[in-house]
Design a protein around this ligand. Structure first.
Ligand code: XMP
Length: 510
């Protein structure tokens, strides 16, 4: 991965991951680093440009995040976004202060002809999110865009290759934002844009082999999710039989899921996989537990215990994790090496003495993991499987988890999956599942009064699970779901559709 790269220096903005993703979409490898990373750590022959992100600070605040002055003297182009632009202006002798009128949301912008704005109309809509703004440009800069309330919406010092934009080109709401970033990457940083995630397979496999050495053994906990699957196939290609996979059936899986997972991994993918039937252990630990966080903690802790016991039998030196780049960024960079806590297991082994972690996907975004998985020939259904939480159906059952409630969620979920497939909507919906609401209500069935449970259907559209909308399911599908669930799932007499978006809701109910 030591071909051309663009470094994104993180000042704490909400959209920072998106910047690196957009740059990679232009075919250039990009990494996010803490804003105060010394330039010496990344300024090598591969460096083509630097992007300074947005952030919540004001540049003159006491604890304002800053970067080193040397980055403006490296001779590579630098683009400051929002706070990044203000910081660049302040550090280079301009003036920054509070705007009389802060700008938030869609804003009309007028821009001049400039390589940064190639193929961008003179008038376009950008996404703003700022209180402060650049009041006076530093020496050497000229203004290249403005809005009604912000004279210096974009600035450029072409001689030193330094640029700033007050708006956020990385979010889709900026009409030509992707094009502007592409202009920066191609026109200004002069990148060829030849990086493709599929080309990294060989390097990732070689990296695993080098890390683990000729004798080392790796153990992996598999969940059936795309990340751990792609990671395991990479490790398998590097080490063959020296990888042992463990699949823990905690009894909180969907209908037929355990069998399917075993068929895929052991069969189609040819991995050495051990299934642990721990259903009883988990259910007895969950007996009488109602509080969602307690449930999650119990499941996480029990998972670790089971995994520790099983992996001790395997005697591996390394633990594989399906950690992906957003996890690394979100857990605060360097600290991520401690192993993050949420990855499908809800916690991690502390008592097993591993020499280290094997995390082949730690520099890849989810869509890149999928692209790599497809390229490696992993079955399409597995690569595009909808996300399934580590604590499984337990967080889709309000209140205590019992066999009977698991049955109702499983059966209704299976009906939902069948009907979504029949309607040909599997690829259009990000996630869809049913929830045991715990609510009982009165109904009539066959002239008899019923007092049975209510099942909620949750189906959402999203691109990243950070924000979601409820999916506009076709009326016919809803009608079929309602009648099938009520007639086929004993104990259910009512079906409701969850029309909550996120925020303020979450995808899962617990
Ligand atoms: P929420 O409910 O927070 O979920 O909107 C966002 C995404 O994360 C999944 N999720 C989890 N995944 N372990 C996981 O591996 C968990 O504990 C967990 N909780 C939620 C959820 O299904 C959705 O895709």
């Amino acid at each position: 991965m030591d071909q051309e790269k663009i470094i994104v220096l993180d000042f704490g903005g909400q959209y920072n991951q998106l910047i690196a993703r957009r740059v990679r979409e232009c075919g250039v490898y990009s990494e996010v680093l803490p804003c105060d990373t010394p330039a010496g750590d990344y300024a090598d022959a591969a460096l083509r440009g630097i992007i300074l992100t947005g952030g919540p600070n004001s540049v003159d605040a006491q604890d304002a995040l800053r970067c080193g002055m040397e980055i403006f003297q490296l001779g590579v182009p630098v683009l400051g976004i929002c706070y990044g632009m203000q910081l660049m202006a302040a550090m280079l002798g301009g003036a920054v202060g509070q705007a009389e009128v802060p700008e938030f949301g869609f804003t009309d912008m007028t821009c001049r002809a400039h390589p940064l704005f190639e193929d961008v109309p003179g008038q376009s809509v950008v996404w703003m999110n700022h209180h402060d703004r650049v009041l006076a440009l530093p020496k050497g800069f000229c203004g290249i865009a403005s809005t009604a309330h912000c004279v210096h919406t974009a600035m450029a010092d072409d001689a030193r290759m330094l640029y700033g934009v007050q708006f956020h080109p990385e979010v889709n709401h900026t009409a030509h934002g992707a094009r502007m970033l592409q202009n920066f990457v191609r026109n200004i940083c002069k990148c060829t844009g030849s990086w493709r995630v599929a080309d990294t397979e060989g390097a990732l496999i070689a990296g695993i082999a080098a890390q683990v050495g000729p004798q080392g053994r790796v153990v992996a906990g598999l969940s059936g999710g795309v990340d751990s699957s792609v990671a395991a196939v990479l490790v398998h290609r590097a080490l063959g039989e020296r990888l042992t996979c463990i699949f823990v059936d905690h009894g909180l899986l969907r209908q037929d899921e355990a069998r399917q997972v075993m068929d895929y991994y052991g069969g189609k993918l040819g991995l050495h996989i051990i299934m642990v039937d721990a259903k009883e252990r988990f259910l007895s630990k969950l007996r009488g537990v109602i509080d969602p966080e307690t449930k999650r903690k119990i499941i996480g802790a029990e998972f670790i215990r089971v995994f520790e016991e099983e992996s001790a039998k395997v005697g591996a030196d390394y633990l594989m994790q399906g950690t992906i780049y957003p996890d690394v960024i979100e857990s605060g960079f360097g600290k991520a090496a401690v192993i993050k806590s949420h990855h499908n297991v809800g916690g991690l082994p502390e008592n097993v003495r591993f020499k280290g972690l094997v995390e082949p996907l730690r520099m890849l975004f989810k869509d890149e993991v999928r692209a790599l998985g497809e390229h490696m020939g992993i079955p399409h259904e597995l690569v595009w499987r909808q996300p399934f939480p580590g604590p499984g159906l337990a967080i889709r059952i309000m209140g205590e988890v019992t066999e009977e409630r698991l049955r109702m969620v499983r059966q209704s979920d299976a009906i939902l999956r069948q009907e979504v497939a029949r309607a040909g909507l599997e690829q259009d919906i990000w996630q869809y599942f049913t929830v045991f609401t715990g609510v009982q209500s009165v109904g009539v069935m066959g002239d008899e009064r019923t007092y049975d449970y209510c099942i909620a259907v949750r189906a959402v559209t999203s691109t990243d699970a950070m924000t979601v909308e409820f999916a506009p399911l076709p009326y016919e599908l809803m009608r079929t779901l309602s009648s099938r669930i009520i007639s086929e799932v004993a104990g259910v007499n009512r079906v409701v559709y969850d029309i909550t978006s996120k925020p303020p809701g979450t995808i899962e109910w617990e």
